[in-house]
Design a protein around this ligand. Sequence first.
Ligand code: PLP
Length: 314
Amino acid sequence: MTEGVRKNLTLNPWKETQGIIFKALLEYTQTPIQEIHDLLFDKAGLRVLVKREDLNHPTVSGNKWWKLKYNLEEAKKLGYKTLLTFGGAYSNHIFSTAAAAHELGYESIGIIRGEEAHPLNPTLTFAKSRGMKLKYITREAYRQKTNPDFIESLHMEFEDFYLIPEGGTNALAVKGVEEFAQTLGDEFDYLCCAVGTGGTLAGLINGIGSSTEILGFSVLKGGEFLKDEVEKLIGKEAKNWSLVTDYHFGGYGKTTAALLEFIKDRLTKNNLPLDSVYTGKLVAGVYDLIEKGYFRRGATILMVHSGGLQINRP
Ligand SMILES: *Cc1c(COP(=O)(O)O)cnc(C)c1O
């Protein structure tokens, strides 16, 4: 993993944030860029790199770290002591919010979609171990998660809290990812990422120069609606990006034997660990587009490893 690694950056955005001093600071570690090799890339005349943002923090990890950064700062600025957010039982965002809250001394509440199941899965076990209070609500109730009356009822129950939306996507999350994008330099022609809510893709579009082509790979079935979501989040005209919707492998949280095999191969052949919900689908999609001749010969592709590996832990 030493190849192509940039060592000259010593960013620590937490310590540079507008003089706001957190009691406990999350350390940002500048992550490596890993080059991966395959006969397929040689044939297509391509260089393929992976920005290992999964390594940026041991628990907050990946794109969620950047999406939370300015939200945590805002919560601090406004004097909140509690964070409340929403997610499914396997949500990386729930995992990361619980981790960040714990490290920075916030109370945290997770509103979880669906019934409580025992034993708790690893995501919720971790969240609970970091002090997150879990409240389970039905799928019908969960659909009300942005409804002001419903939010008001949560305030009646939990009093004051800073609300972070499902998946952590809001304007401050986009701002955080934009800052991440600006650390990437410009030594690549294509930038590829996995897309759940579109917050990460939006931040990359806003933070990267217009000469780079950006591809977002939807992990949701029927993810075409995400194009409008991303347009709303970027809030400007941009033509250098597109949403790829052919690599959802059955939909969110779904997988196939072929995808799992592909993920296993990337670990053994390229020393690249991937998860089956997001990054596995991204990398499989990029491989397939390479095979189909989508990318220009001579180009460099940079994929963002957005984390999510805790799902692989036993
Ligand atoms: C949440 C998540 C994404 C999707 O990010 P969005 O901003 O919701 O599109 C991608 N990869 C991983 C590993 C994630 O946990």
